[in-house]
Design a protein around this ligand. Structure first.
Ligand code: IPD
Ligand code: CA
Ligand code: CA
Length: 268
């Protein structure tokens, strides 16, 4: 088992794995977020749209991530939330510098730096790093899912009525026609709904077996790419909410512990 947290002198070691490089970038950028979180009142907030904020911290964080990642992957394509696509070769690095910006500007510590690698439509590596809580969720295809040095497993609840299920209540212009019906239908048939304000963190909770499932619509690849791999590697299942295959082009997601997947599909 590899434990990124225990690795010393990470910046000087050769032959770093993809996860090592992602961790190195996220820890450097994460220090900026820790500093800014402490001085949250001073952070300038620009509005991209109603209820969709971008802070100076998002922009600074993305710049640091890109600098470090481009050093190791100079020819990759970069798909990031805060910049235009950087076109490169078939190796794609996906970045969300802060997933949970609204939490961040309210001083709520549910935030994640998301970095994923996609190759030929497959997510091969991903991390979600919460610098405030010092939690590094990470997975490589076929290598299991981890939080720091602890292996992750989804829950084993097999009856939806005992399950805690994550979602997000759409705000501002994010609403869609059926969302209140979906929430009603799932809430009536489970033990409770939860919403962290970060889709990446919501997915890490499913992978950790703390919640049993999560669904949301209208997401971007940078919100969920690492989380999809981490849930799958923790033994869970990811599809679209209607049960169809999830691909990197899907914006709607249902992730679960596998056992209650079909029960939730029936309610959505
Ligand atoms: C948002 C978070 C949130 C989800 C929104 C996303 P951001 O990302 O993932 O949980 O409900 O749809 O846009 O803006 O904080 O990077
Ligand atoms: Ca996001
Ligand atoms: Ca973001």
């Amino acid at each position: 088992m590899k434990s990124p947290l225990l690795k010393e002198n990470i910046s000087t070691s050769q032959n770093l794995s993809t996860i090592d490089i992602f961790e190195k970038a996220a820890r450097k950028a994460g220090q900026t977020l820790i500093d800014d979180f402490g001085e949250i009142e001073n952070s300038q907030v620009q509005s991209k749209d109603v209820g969709d904020f971008v802070t100076t911290s998002d922009i600074k964080t993305e710049k640091i991530l890109l600098e470090i990642l481009q050093d190791s992957y100079p020819n990759a394509t970069y798909i990031t939330e805060e910049s235009d696509e950087i076109k490169g070769d078939k190796e794609i690095i996906v970045i969300d510098p802060i997933d949970g910006t609204t939490n961040f500007i309210h001083g709520i510590p549910f935030v994640g730096i998301v970095i994923g690698r996609v190759f030929e439509g497959e997510i091969t590596d991903g991390i979600i790093f919460n610098p405030i809580l010092n939690e590094l969720y990470w997975a490589t295809k076929g290598g299991g899912a981890w939080c720091n040095d602890k292996k992750l497993h989804v829950s084993n609840r097999d009856n939806m009525s005992n399950c805690i299920i994550g979602t997000s209540v759409p705000h501002a212009n994010r609403g869609y026609k059926n969302y209140l019906n979906e929430i009603d239908s799932v809430a009536k048939n489970c033990a409770g709904l939860r919403s962290t304000g970060s889709a990446a963190i919501d997915l890490s909770l499913v992978a950790s077996g703390k919640t049993d499932a999560f669904w949301q619509r209208n997401l971007n690849l940078w919100d969920i790419c690492s989380g999809v791999l981490i849930v799958n590697e923790a033994g869970g299942k990811v599809t679209q909410p209607n049960g169809k295959e999830w691909t990197v082009n899907s914006s709607d997601i249902l992730a679960s512990n596998l056992f209650v997947h079909e029960q939730i599909v029936e309610k959505l």
